[in-house]
Design a protein around this ligand. Structure first.
Ligand code: TYD
Ligand code: MG
Length: 462
């Protein structure tokens, strides 16, 4: 007999409780519990007990030696950025969660993916938009594909019926928050619905070896349980991010059972869909005629990929009592630290100045090697002297003003060289590796200047 039961779920982390709680014991969020109805078969509960489980039927457990190692036949899309973040194409039977804020371009990207895959029967299931709206979007993207099918439905029962008829090679769900299974009583978007519908889709993916993409919305602070609670269930988690006011979008791998998690794809939102950006450095450095002060180029790594990024700083006399520090795309505390280093080690008086810092293109950089470029941009603006236009930087700055080594220096140098830079300033500790140090010089067609201290750097530049 099916028995109606309800429980309280934290909408932030998915913690389940029999009674309402003000504060979630798992994630410490306040006022996040919502009652949800769940239907559970009582007899199923009893079956779970060890003693009462009868030992009949054939054995399901098998030796690992009996498992056939299958040759992975990945699906490759013509979008190299997506292939890369997935670890080299779409794995059969994989379930991929794509999370991002509303309006960032998830529907556009995956509609575009489906329309690009020729000879792969793709089913795009939308619970958010009508067929006409999707068609309008497809017209905008200007792609046609007769292997692409649409379904506007939210009930998993009907979705699975349609899937059985169509037998697609790839399923895209837009979005998981709109799906609803009749086995759970609570409304769509609730924790128990999301968990159950995702589990049904996961079983479908594994049993039929059909890859499934789940699109999920998150809010500005990256929360609202939905997608969060799915992270452990899915094979891959991709995060789609970017500033809505800028055209660039980043698709970042947060988890991947089939590849590296440090991958990243860059897209540009155009009038006619998302354009993969295969050469990010060129767009991230503004082409400028005259030299301006306060600009420095950093040779950073985003995942496994070297990228040259422009750092812009503006240092002005403070008008009000408390000087302002404003950053875009960089950690504010990190900036304060760098300013303190400059104040203490170099005797620059930033205490009386307003400081604005901006990373071009609306990117958010976490690689600490950008420190050196930030510091040089600050100095350049402070001195109101432009830096040499063909110079770039890679180094982390320590509290005592030392320039610290960064990883993958060779890749960074060769990227800078490729983009026509003449000089690159790195940490002297990057050179001290006796094995590489000696042979490095002739290999690159760029002057690599090792530096140990911030003071040295200042003398070198100004
Ligand atoms: P959308 O894919 O609907 O976002 P999500 O599914 O993540 O909520 O993208 C919505 C935005 O993208 C919207 O502001 C319009 C813009 N857009 C373009 O700039 N170019 C295009 O070709 C398309 C289809 C949308
Ligand atoms: Mg959408």
């Amino acid at each position: 007999m099916a028995k109606l039961k309800s429980a309280f779920f934290c909408q932030h982390c998915g913690y389940e409780s029999a009674k309402w709680l003000g504060k979630c014991p798992a994630c410490n969020e306040w006022n996040t519990f919502v009652e949800e109805l769940i239907t559970k078969d009582k007899s199923e509960f009893q079956k779970q007990s060890w003693k009462e489980t009868p030992a009949h039927g054939t054995m399901k457990t098998i030796s690992i030696l009996d498992v056939k190692s299958s040759e992975e036949k990945r699906i490759y899309s013509s979008d190299q950025e997506l292939n890369r973040v997935l670890g080299g194409g779409i794995v059969p039977g994989s379930i991929v969660l794509v999370a991002g804020e509303p309006g960032i371009g998830k529907s556009t990207l995956f509609l575009q993916l489906g329309l690009q895959l020729e000879g792969i029967r793709t089913l795009y299931i939308s619970g958010e938009e009508s067929e006409q709206q999707i068609k309008m979007r497809a017209d905008r993207i200007q792609l046609v594909n007769d292997d692409f099918y649409l379904l506007t439905e939210t009930s998993t029962n009907i979705i699975f019926q349609e899937i059985k008829k169509l037998k697609p090679d790839l399923v895209i769900i837009d979005s998981i928050q709109t799906l609803q299974t009749p086995h759970v009583e609570s409304g769509p978007g609730s924790i128990s619905q999301i968990r159950e519908t995702a589990a049904e889709l996961q079983r479908f993916a594994k049993e039929t070896q059909t890859p499934v993409f789940l699109i999920g919305h998150i809010t500005k602070d990256g929360s609202i349980a939905g997608p969060k609670i799915l992270e452990h269930m899915v094979d891959t988690v991709l995060q789609f991010e970017g500033d809505r006011h800028y055209a660039y979008r980043i698709l970042r791998t947060m988890k991947n059972r089939f590849g590296s998690t440090s991958e990243l794809g860059i897209y540009e939102m155009r009038e006619n869909g998302m354009r993969p950006v295969t050469n990010p450095s060129e767009i991230l450095i503004t082409q400028k005629e005259d030299q301006l002060s306060g600009i420095a180029i950093a040779a950073t790594m985003e995942g496994m990929r070297p990228m040259l990024i422009e750092v812009q700083a503006l240092v002005t006399q403070s008008v009000y009592g408390t000087p302002q520090r404003t950053v875009t795309g960089f950690d504010l505390r990190r900036l304060q630290l760098l300013l303190a280093v400059l104040e203490k080690r170099g005797g620059f008086h930033f205490g009386m100045k307003d400081v604005f810092l901006n990373i071009a293109g609306g990117l958010k950089v976490e690689d600490p090697s950008i420190d050196l470029a930030v510091l040089c941009a600050l100095l350049s603006s402070y001195e109101d002297t432009p830096l040499h236009p063909k110079i770039c930087f890679a180094g982390e700055v320590g509290l005592s003003g030392e320039i610290r080594a960064v990883n993958r220096i060779e890749q960074r140098i060769s990227e800078a060289e490729k983009l026509g830079f003449d000089k690159m300033i790195i940490s002297k500790y990057n050179q001290s590796n006796p094995k590489e140090g000696k042979q490095k010089a002739p290999k690159f067609n760029i002057e690599v200047v090792p530096m140990g201290k911030v003071e040295e750097l200042y003398q070198y530049l100004f």
